[in-house]
Design a protein around this ligand. Structure first.
Ligand SMILES: Cc1ncc(COP(=O)(O)O)c(C=O)c1O
Length: 393
């Protein structure tokens, strides 16, 4: 069946978009584990390689299972084109290699994934690209940091781990007024809760490793946006640079997308319940969760997200010692830095995900010693709470 998937709901897109049945009439998506494809003639091979005729050539840049995942995610994000790559970091690196040249400048939120900061600061800088870092929610700081040579603005919203919110519409307008692009890493919300392209962003980045998979199995990434921008400026780097997604991983992510809408609803419900419970505990000094009415940007969050998402951070009394004691007292929760899994995970950002920052950088980012981050999974909420309650007993 050929459909215009943009006319369908996210739930249906997640299950149906992107599938092309083969002559075998399979109901489920097949996995094409082949590195290359055969041509009927030398002329056909030449036409494929020159781009004159469409079709598969080599799985570094053309694979039917990967394409199915790309088309499904593009439909869900409201984008025209998606390029799947090997990891979330490969997605950010590929966008950089595609869009940037020596002498360009990037403005990024300070509160992005640590490796994103390192990529901009340590690697793109080696090729003559400068980056400035600003506070996510400070619009004036973004404007001040933009220069004539700025190519794009980059952010994550909500931020990790403090769940600060960026106003995507305002930042898109600011970027466009200065001839720049706005790139949003939508890993925390996924299109099930937030669609940055529909709010004015130009490119959406994903670590598919997180909620798109949803069960902590595979590493992958994706770039979504307008057809011409991706086709002309980013896809050629995938073909030449080679950060390809494997067909098996694409198949796992296709299965993940089928349940994304329902999982994100359930993650948000569990997270809100946990955040409300944490707010009542005497040993918790502060809770960060955009779904809580007490979150300073609650109204903005709910104007661009369907719900608060699955990440809850909070400060435990007693600083690092208190935070470690809480983490060590849990039995059910997994002590791991990954997120977006059906299994609830708990981590101390100050000594793990943000340990490579200097003390000053950590303080500027608001990562205090007592901070704990929980990526709330889909276990029974009462049993997640019971696991944390053991600490206070
Ligand atoms: C917001 C965000 N973006 C990007 C990445 C990188 O993704 P990957 O681990 O798939 O390379 C992560 C990983 O934790 C992340 O949390």
């Amino acid at each position: 069946m050929t459909c215009n998937w943009s006319e369908f709901s996210l739930e249906t897109q997640g299950i149906r978009a992107g599938q092309t049945r083969t002559a075998e009439q399979e109901h489920n998506d097949p996995i094409f584990t082949t590195s290359s494809y055969v041509f009927n003639s030398a002329a056909e091979a030449a036409a494929r390689f020159s781009g004159q005729s469409p079709g598969n050539i080599y799985s570094r840049f053309t694979n039917p299972t990967v394409r199915a995942f790309e088309q499904r995610l593009a439909a869900m994000e409201g984008g025209q084109r998606c390029i799947a790559v090997a990891s979330g970091m490969a997605a950010i690196a590929t966008v950089g290699f595609g869009l940037l040249k020596a002498g360009d400048h990037v403005v990024s939120s300070r509160s992005v994934f640590g490796n994103t900061v390192l990529l901009l600061r340590n690697y793109f800088a080696k090729f003559g690209v400068q980056s400035s870092f600003v506070d996510l929610a400070d619009l004036a700081a973004w404007e001040k940091a933009i220069r004539p040579d700025t190519r794009f603005l980059f952010l994550e919203t909500p931020s990790n781990p403090l769940t600060e919110i960026a106003d995507i519409k305002q930042l898109a307008a600011l970027a466009h007024a200065h001839g720049c692009l706005l790139i949003v890493d939508n890993c925390f919300c996924t299109p099930a809760l937030q669609r940055p392209l529909l709010l004015g962003a130009d490119i959406v980045i994903h670590s598919a490793t997180k909620y798109l998979d949803g069960q902590g199995r595979c590493v992958g990434g994706a770039i979504v946006g307008a057809h011409d921008l991706l086709e002309k400026e980013i896809y050629p780097f995938l073909r030449t640079g080679g950060p390809a997604m494997s067909p098996f991983n694409a198949w796992v992510f296709l299965k993940g997308l089928e349940t994304l809408a329902i999982r994100m609803r359930a993650h948000s419900e569990n997270a809100l319940g946990l955040a409300e419970w944490l707010e009542q505990q005497s040993w918790v000094e502060r809770v960060y969760y955009p779904g809580l009415a007490s979150h300073p940007q609650h109204a903005l969050a709910l104007s661009q997200q369907k719900s608060g998402g699955g990440i809850v951070s909070f400060e435990v009394a007693g600083g690092k010692e208190g935070a470690w004691k809480l983490i060590d007292s849990t039995r059910l929760l997994s002590v791991t830095a990954n997120l977006g899994d059906v299994k609830t995970t708990i981590i101390h950002p100050g000594t793990t995900t943000h340990a490579r920052l200097t003390d000053e950088e950590r303080a500027a980012a608001g990562i205090r010693d007592g901070l704990v981050r929980i990526a709330v999974g889909l276990e029974n909420l009462g049993e997640i709470i019971q696991d944390l309650q053991a600490f206070a007993a």
